[in-house]
Design a protein around this ligand. Structure first.
Ligand code: TTP
Ligand code: MG
Length: 363
């Protein structure tokens, strides 16, 4: 049952939280290495790739951001301290916060290691106020992990997600139905979750700079210029987001691919690119904490024909080096190796279940 309220379609009066850890990797590092506390630090930036995963809030004051090259980060903040990525520590904290979420509701949908949606309309503590729940969760997280989180509290996913960013770090924002339209109208277009840089630029080009401008556009105009997403924008700017918190989102595969601006044909270059794509994939596998048995290499040639080759192992591979070796073997086993290459992709699928995973890790 949905009903209308101030032109906003309300999703059965759900109480949705979005909880997101503050400067997650950097906060874990500052917690575990007290000498880093209060300092501008960047996690990542290892020499082979040189990209910042995230920066402490002290470093953000200088403009250091996620996905920035380490070189640029160092220019902005000469005293920046780089620390290596320690996935196992982040995974441990992630498991702890997930356990806390599950003590409130089973309707938990993790989006990554450090954030999740929770539907707390009905909750295990019998609490009425979603705000109170959010703040109790933030306190539980702090007590258990000594880390802070921010929360967005609203009646749909889009608003909750947008809200959790507003009072970061260590804060919370509530958007009640009555205030949703005013909030959305005033929201800068680049703050809409799901509207990326490129789309935001395109919107600016049409004079759409905030929610109100967006709401003035017809469904037809948005569909014509932004395709399927256009309809999504049409709805969310009216506070209309009926997506359910989906705790059973099961991932079937995880992949990485790279399309080259210039076709690649030298064997040494191809090997280098296969290694790059494999590193991208391995990073995602580690982040998602998944083990899988089937690895598939996909090559798109400059004439747009596609070749792919997969292999299923009896045990999951563990190291990036193993993945690289296998990806190169798959490439060598392709029959066509003369044509220049446009795209290289690598995919892991056939995941082993949780209990199997435990068995594998025992060996
Ligand atoms: P985010 O939640 O986007 O960022 P954050 O937790 O570091 O900071 P904020 O306080 O703004 O939420 O991402 C969570 C973690 O994911 C982040 O700590 C590191 C990792 N990450 C990357 O490795 N690369 C990226 O480009 C981004 C955005 C995040
Ligand atoms: Mg975060």
């Amino acid at each position: 049952m949905f009903y209308m309220h101030d032109n906003i379609v309300i999703n059965e009066g759900r109480k949705i939280l979005h909880i997101d850890m503050d400067a997650f990797y950097a906060s874990v590092e500052q917690r575990d290495f007290p000498e880093l506390r209060g300092k501008a630090i960047a996690v990542g930036g290892s020499r082979d790739r040189g990209v910042v995963c995230t920066a402490s809030y002290e470093a953000r004051k200088f403009g250091v951001r996620s996905a920035m090259s380490s070189k640029k980060a160092r220019q902005l903040c000469p005293d920046l301290i780089f620390t290596p990525v320690r996935f196992s520590a982040y995974r441990e904290a992630s498991a702890q916060i997930r356990e806390i979420f599950l003590s409130y509701t089973d309707l938990v949908e993790p989006l990554s290691l450090d954030e999740a949606y929770l539907d707390v309309t009905e909750n295990k503590k019998g609490m009425i106020s979603a705000t109170e729940i959010a703040n109790q969760i933030r306190q539980d997280i702090f007590d258990k992990t000594q880390l802070t989180a921010s929360a967005g509290i609203s009646f749909n996913k889009f608003l909750a997600k947008t809200a959790s960013d507003i009072q970061k770090p260590n804060g919370y924002t509530v958007i009640i139905p009555k205030h949703a339209q005013r909030f959305l109208d005033g929201l800068a277009i680049e703050k809409f979750h799901g509207i990326g840089k490129v789309t935001a630029q395109k919107m600016h080009h049409y004079g759409i700079k905030n929610g109100q401008h967006l709401r003035n556009q017809s469904q037809e105009f948005l569909a014509q210029n932004f395709g399927k997403s256009g309809l999504f924008y049409y709805n969310i700017v009216r506070g209309n987001d009926l997506r359910k918190v989906n705790p059973t989102r099961i991932r079937k595969s995880i992949s990485a691919e790279n399309t080259f601006s210039n076709d690649v044909s030298l064997l040494s270059e191809i090997e280098l690119q296969i290694n790059n794509v494999t590193e991208m994939l391995f990073e995602r596998i580690e982040k998602a904490n998944l083990l899988g048995l089937t690895i598939t290499l996909k090559i798109k040639y400059n004439d747009f024909t596609i070749a792919s080759k997969g292999i299923t192992n009896s045990d999951p591979l563990k190291s990036c080096a193993d993945y690289k070796k296998l990806a190169l073997n798959l490439y060598q086993s392709l029959s066509e190796t003369q044509k220049p290459i446009r795209l290289i992709g690598l995919k892991l699928s056939n995941f082993v279940s949780d209990s199997d995973q435990k068995q594998y890790s025992l060996f």
